[in-house]
Design a binder for this molecule. Structure first.
Ligand code: URA
Length: 192
């Protein structure tokens, strides 16, 4: 496993290293490494799970249905994705058939994300879905419903965790809770 401390502090060097990564089996099936989207100067960083088919094809995170829904929901609290949000995933390569990330893949890949956070230094973090929520809170095995609704911190950065937008498309009851979490996030950004 690559630890964040041995990865470069320089953003471009980090990106180039990730783009050439072959540390796990997902590198064999990928079309593209999906490193990030949005300005690295953004105050908000959103952390998702892993690229899907659309992301693998385009090289950009959250461009499929779930991503478009995320953009819409962010806009309802005045957050314009293009201008003010930096987005990355726990895994940079697509798991086949969109299966869950495996522990060895998370161990191999997450140091890139953790280094991205340290280098980008956002003022607030939003983790969507249980894989990013558990990674950033360090609360392995805890249900997302028990982690959301409060402000955590990751390396001193305020962190809100909430449902994955793809889960909202399957379970509409969670949309209201997601929106409550966005309001909490908005208040942190406004105070920062
Ligand atoms: N789901 C994610 O978690 N990330 C993406 O980039 C796309 C879908």
């Amino acid at each position: 496993m690559v630890t964040p401390s041995v990865l470069p502090d320089d953003y471009e060097a980090l990106r180039e290293m990730a783009m050439a990564c072959t540390k796990c089996g997902l590198s064999n099936g990928r079309t593209q490494v999906v490193f990030s989207d949005g300005p690295s100067t953004a105050r908000l960083m959103v952390v998702g799970e892993a690229p899907g088919a659309n992301e693998d094809a385009s090289g950009i995170p959250f461009v499929g249905m779930a991503g478009q829904f995320l953009d819409l929901l962010l806009a309802t609290v005045g957050l314009n994705r293009k201008e003010s949000v930096y987005i990355a995933n726990v895994l940079k390569c697509r798991p086949p058939g969109n299966r869950d990330p495996q522990p060895d893949e998370i161990a191999a890949c997450s140091p890139f994300l953790l280094k991205q956070i340290d280098v980008v230094k956002p003022r607030a973090l939003l983790a969507v879905g249980s894989f990013s929520a558990r990674l950033l809170t360090g609360r392995e095995g805890v249900a997302l419903g028990k982690l959301r609704g409060t402000v955590h911190t990751y390396h001193g950065v305020p962190l809100v965790v909430t449902y994955h937008p793809a889960a909202l498309l399957r379970n509409r009851r969670w949309i209201r809770l997601f929106w409550d979490d966005l309001q909490l996030l908005r208040s942190i950004i406004d105070d920062s």
